[in-house]
Design a binder for this molecule. Structure first.
Ligand SMILES: Nc1ccn([C@@H]2O[C@H](COP(=O)(O)O)[C@@H](O)[C@H]2O)c(=O)n1
Ligand SMILES: C[C@@]1(CO)OP(=O)(O)OP(=O)(O)OC[C@H]1O
Length: 157
């Protein structure tokens, strides 16, 4: 068994869609990034890559490479899924947290878990996602950005 950790932050701006866990969230603001800026999937991919000793997403999908401009982070997760499969591993379990003052994410969590489990070819009960505010403290509390953290374990298949 091996474990990995991932953390990411993106800035909240007007005029962008908010996509988290591959789910489009109904909100006035969205996250800025080179890709679709799905901060949760970025943290999960970093955790998976870390677990198998493959660095981080910036190494695999550079943020100055035009081929990744606006790309769906679900597609990049599928690439990472292939990579860990080819290295002889499969997901054991995954736990992620989205740190966002707003909007209320609870209604979307199940769909995020379903998306992630599907792309990683894992049972739904191996994927857990949650959300928390920072009680209005810090950059998240001021609604300047959204952060996410993930921890995964993988096992030899
Ligand atoms: N953006 C968010 C943040 C939190 N939730 C849900 O509310 C619960 C309480 O949050 P606290 O930050 O006050 O601990 C949390 O456990 C989540 O279920 C949410 O839906 N969206
Ligand atoms: C996802 C990638 C893809 O180019 O770009 P961004 O959406 O900017 O995200 P970030 O977490 O800043 O960098 C990682 C990149 O791999």
């Amino acid at each position: 068994m091996r474990v990995g950790i991932g953390y990411d932050v993106h800035k909240l701006v007007e005029g962008e869609s908010l996509i988290l866990g591959g789910v489009k969230i109904d909100y006035s603001h969205g996250l800025e990034g080179h890709s679709d800026a799905d901060v949760l999937l970025h943290a999960i991919k970093d955790a998976l890559l870390g677990a198998v000793g493959e660095g981080d997403i910036g190494r695999h999908f550079p943020d100055d490479d035009p081929q990744y401009k606006g790309i769906s982070s679900l597609k990049l997760l599928a690439e990472v899924s292939k990579l860990i499969f080819n290295k002889g591993f499969e997901l054991n379990n995954l736990d992620g947290v989205i740190i966002a003052q707003k909007p209320k994410l609870a209604p979307y969590i199940k769909r995020m878990e379903e998306n992630i489990a599907q792309v990683l070819d894992a049972d739904l009960d191996k994927v857990n996602i949650k959300a928390t505010t920072t009680e209005r403290l810090g950059f998240v509390g001021r609604e300047e950005g959204i952060a996410a953290e993930a921890i995964v374990s993988v096992k030899e298949r």
